[in-house]
Every structure is written in C-alpha cells, then in structure tokens.
Ligand binder design. Structure first.
Ligand code: AMP
Length: 425
C-alpha cells in the first residue's frame, strides 16, 4: 500500500519512519516533507494552506491511506474533501476538528457534557470581557478562539493585563488575526500530561502518556516554543488514573461528539492538568502532537497502519496496540534565536554518528537537503529521540547522540525529564 503523509516536521518524520516499518506499506510519500524525511519517504512539494493543491496531489498519487499531520489542513477540511473523492484518510472532519480549531467550541462542549475543565467565560466584545473578568482572580488565562500556532494562550498577572491582552486579540494587533471570541480561563496548577488516544468515533484506544517541555529555557524559563523536548514513561499515569481519564474525559468526549452529529475519528489529544481537584482538560488537539509523537512512536511495538485503519473502519475495539515497556525521550535541537528570529541554511553534521547510539533515531523538524548537504531550515531543527528500559537511560542515550551533532548556534535543553527525575525516590 502507498501511504501519503501531509506535513513537514518531526511529527511527520516519526510517522513516516513508523509507517515505513509496516509490512503492508510499499511506498511512503510525504508532502512537503523535509531533508530528513527524504531518507524514508519520497517528498513532493505542496502548500499545506492550499486545500485544492493538497486534493490535487492526493488524486494524482492515489494513496491507499493519507495521514494528516498538522492542524491547518484539518481546519481547511482536507479530510472531508478526500473522503468525498473516495480516498481513505486518517483524521477528523472539519466539524470534528473544531475541538482544536475553536477554543470557545471546545470549552462549551466540555461544559455541555460535564467533562472536567477550568472555569471559563467566552466573550465576544471587550466590554463583555471587562464584565466577565470581575469573576476571575489573577493570574488569569486569556485564550484566542482560533488556531494560533501555540501563541494563543496568554497568562496574565493582573486583570488589567488580561484586558489589554483581550483588546489586542479583538483588534488583531496581538496575533495578526482579528479574534471574534476570546476565552477567559481560571489558572490551574499541577503537572501537565499529554494523553493521546485513537478514536474511531465510538471507541477510544489510549497511546502511552507523555510530558512536553514548552519553554525555551532550562527550569521551564523563558518564552513558549512549539516544544523543546518530551518524555514518556509507564509511571506517568498508573492504570487506575488511565482508566479514570478514559471514563471521565476521553470516552465522554467521543460519545458527546457522536451525539452531536460530528463523530470524532482520528487522534484525540487531551492536554491535561493534573490538579488538586483531579485531571482537567486544558485543551484538545485533533491530531498527533509534536514532539510527543516522536517519543510515542519509538515505544510503539505494533503496526501503526493497522491501528490507523482500525480507527477509520470503526474497529478499534477489536484492535490492540502494543507498547515497549520503559521510556522514551526526545530532545529538540533548535536554531540560535528561536523562538525569535533565527538563521537557516547552516550545515548539519554528525548525524551518522548520532544514529549509531543504540536505541536512537534522529527525526528532522526543520532541515533541507541542498546539493546533497543537510542544512537547517527551521527554528526547531532535530528531535533526537531514544527508547530504553528506564527514563534515565533513554535520556542518557538521547544526550549522547546529541553530543555527536553540530550546526552553528545549535541549542538544546539539558534538563528534559527533570520533573520525573525529581520525583524518583
Ligand atoms: P493550550 O494551547 O490551551 O494547551 O495552552 C498552552 C499552555 O498554556 C498549556 O500547555 C499550559 O501550560 C498553559 N495553560 C493553558 N490553559 C491554562 C490554565 N487554565 N491554567 C494554567 N495554564 C494553562
């Protein structure tokens, strides 16, 4: 079977790597892909913001399965468009993807179905926002309704700064796009867990849990990024808590979407805060996370394509996913200056030596092949990912591999997994 993957980052490299291991897959095509993905897939150019171009590509390639990586093609309705043309595609429809593409929709949905989440208000004007803010204590979380590439959440130290943030969102000066709805949210504290499941519209199958590291600096300091590293262990969620999250969060979400006539088929990514009053939903994503997917797929010990097809066909209840016990860790190497301005086109060396470290795969987030030389092509450049029987060993392998790699200004955090390591007796 030919598989088409839409996307160009570390998530898509990990997906391509995992799909290529399936005995049923004869060819992997990635659009547009990147320099590293080109080692495991045929990369073809496409603009991920251009629905017609993506549809034309899929019609020309006629893949047996299309996997949609990022959120923008989902928000444009790529799944609906490919389904209408009789093409098999893994991911939610545009209506189901609203769990991610509209924070106001997601919060109101959670409330309708009694699923635990932070207290909130949805406002449509600054005046409404100023009235609603009286019911919240600082710090206050202000969220843009629409997709904002990780920049739509502003944690405000006072009501005054919250109002200023809302003014910026409504006016379009903060994110560049005018927001018509802004969410105010109660600030929650606790450990964050990424709980990803596959859904076939009726049943959910959980993947192993993961924890992301969003801040650029060590000790979780500095501005937010797309993610500087992630780890996954068996101990992060015990079986009783996994069951609780399934019963009270993932399953009611999937049954609620089905009841509302928009069944959710795809990856349901529940961003959870483990608070004193129990797990609360911070956000949903309607797709595999990045960099989470890099660590998670290294632990997958069964065929990814079988699981994705079971999700499309409504057979998840009869399909099991096997996971390697132990841990996986992914450390991101980024360009100097990221998440601000950075240079691209810098030669990357040492990848062959890094790949020789046992249990290591280097996934590419932002690289390009120029005249046979791999060069940097993004803020996040590489995801050095390792699997091992323990988190300590997985991290040691990832950092050992990282030592082999070089590009000018390369930056990475040395403390990925620090929260889990601190908790160990
Ligand atoms: P989101 O895109 O909604 O996941 O938000 C991005 C990040 O903002 C989360 O990973 C949290 O670290 C933080 N965040 C979002 N909502 C809250 C909240 N209600 N309380 C505290 N932190 C939050």
């Amino acid at each position: 079977m030919k598989v088409l993957i839409l996307g160009s980052g570390g998530r898509e490299h990990a997906l391509a790597w995992s799909v290529a291991r399936s005995e049923r897959v004869t060819e992997v095509v990635c659009a547009p892909g990147n320099g590293g993905i080109a080692q495991v897939a045929r990369c073809v150019p496409v603009n991920l913001k251009d629905l017609d171009a993506m549809v034309r590509l899929a019609e020309a390639e006629q893949p047996g399965l299309t996997i949609v990586g990022p959120e923008v093609p989902l928000s444009l309705g790529i799944v609906d468009a490919l389904q209408e043309r009789g093409l098999r595609v893994f991911g939610p429809t545009r209506a189901a993807a609203m769990l991610e593409t509209s924070k106001a929709f997601a919060k109101q949905f959670l409330q309708r179905h009694g699923i635990p989440t932070a207290n909130y208000a949805v406002c449509t004007t600054v005046a409404e926002f100023e009235k609603a803010i009286e019911f919240f204590h600082a710090p206050i979380v202000v969220k843009a309704d629409g997709l904002a590439a990780g920049k739509g959440v502003i944690i405000c130290a006072s009501r005054q700064t919250a109002v200023e943030a809302a003014q910026g969102l409504f006016a379009g000066t903060l994110l560049g796009a005018v927001e018509h709805q802004v969410v105010i949210e109660e600030f929650l504290t606790g450990d964050e867990i990424s709980f990803l499941c596959l859904s076939d519209g009726k049943h959910v199958t959980p993947l192993v849990p993961a924890q992301d590291h969003k801040c650029i600096g060590e000790g979780d300091a500095g501005p937010n990024t797309g993610g500087m590293g992630v780890y996954s262990t068996d101990e992060m969620l015990d079986p009783a808590m996994t069951e609780w999250v399934l019963r009270h969060i993932a399953e009611p979400t999937v049954s609620g979407m089905a009841e509302e006539g928009t069944p959710f088929i795809g990856v349901l990514y529940c961003g959870l805060m483990m608070t004193a009053r129990g797990p609360q939903v911070l956000e949903f994503n309607a797709r595999f996370g990045d960099p989470e997917t890099q660590a998670l797929l290294m632990r997958l010990d069964s065929d990814l394509v079988d699981a994705l097809e079971a999700s499309i066909d409504g057979n998840l209840a009869e399909t099991s996913m096997r996971w390697t016990p132990g841990a996986a860790a992914c450390v991101i190497a980024s360009s100097a200056g990221y998440p601000g301005k950075y240079k691209t086109g810098l030669p990357i060396s040492g990848l062959a030596a890094a790949a020789k470290v046992p249990g290591v795969e280097v996934f590419h987030s932002g690289s390009a092949l120029v005249d046979g030389q791999l060069v940097t092509a993004g803020g996040r450049v590489l995801g050095v990912t390792a699997v091992a029987p323990s988190l300590e060993e997985a991290l040691a392998r990832a950092y050992q591999a990282m030592e082999e790699i070089h590009f000018e200004g390369m930056y990475f955090r040395h403390d990925i997994g620090h929260r889990a390591l601190k908790k160990k007796p």
